[in-house]
Design a protein. Structure first.
Length: 199
């Protein structure tokens, strides 16, 4: 399910476990590859968009990856939403927010939300830190901007006592394999976080 749906269940004393699915950046393959599967299996998900980069490419890490990856167009985002999916903010330009001065970081956080709301006419209540990195000051800016939550790349499973602006996630990509993914799920998340801090 989406982050919005997941947070509602997490804080409504609902028994049982569930998975909130998230996609960062808004790559075109989220639309072409993931969306058909989400629809096939009756799932929803949240895609965090870089508001100034919609319809362009991953300028923030293309040189590092040696790969230019296309991002969803406005039309594709509209179709993502029409399919019952959710969008969140991933800043305006995908900078390292914790390295910016407060005014610049705040503009990235606030103006991205405003732009996405104006472009797509939906609530934008959830934020993902670019590169998964943040400081306490960054989290405070997201909270003051009026978002309901923010996700990071801190490893682990979110619980009812977690700070909604420091939510952990289990990172998934095509290089880690099923064994490591299942191990991450089975490992108590406090151990995962301690391990991440030590690396």
């Amino acid at each position: 399910m989406s982050v919005g749906e997941g947070l509602h269940l997490l804080h409504s004393n609902t028994e049982g476990k569930f998975v909130a699915l998230t996609f960062d950046d808004g790559y075109t393959d989220t639309f072409t590859q993931a969306l058909p599967l989400l629809k096939k299996y009756g799932c929803t998900a949240t895609c965090y968009l870089v508001s100034d980069a919609i319809g362009t490419h991953n300028h923030w890490d293309a040189a590092y990856l040696s790969e230019t990856k296309p991002l969803m167009s406005h039309h594709q985002v509209h179709r993502w939403l029409a399919a019952g999916m959710e969008i969140g903010s991933h800043s305006r330009s995908h900078p390292k927010l914790q390295e910016l001065d407060e005014a610049t970081a705040s503009a990235e956080i606030v103006e991205s939300r405003q732009a996405l709301r104006a472009a797509f006419g939906v609530h934008v209540d959830h934020f993902a830190y670019p590169f998964g990195r943040f400081s306490q000051a960054t989290a405070d800016l997201v909270r003051r901007a009026g978002y309901d939550s923010a996700v990071s790349l801190l490893p682990g499973v979110a619980g009812t006592t977690d700070d909604r602006y420091r939510l952990p996630r289990i990172f998934v990509d095509g290089t880690r394999g099923w064994y490591k993914f299942l191990l991450q799920i089975a490992t108590p998340y406090e151990n995962l976080r301690r391990r991440a801090r030590s690396e």
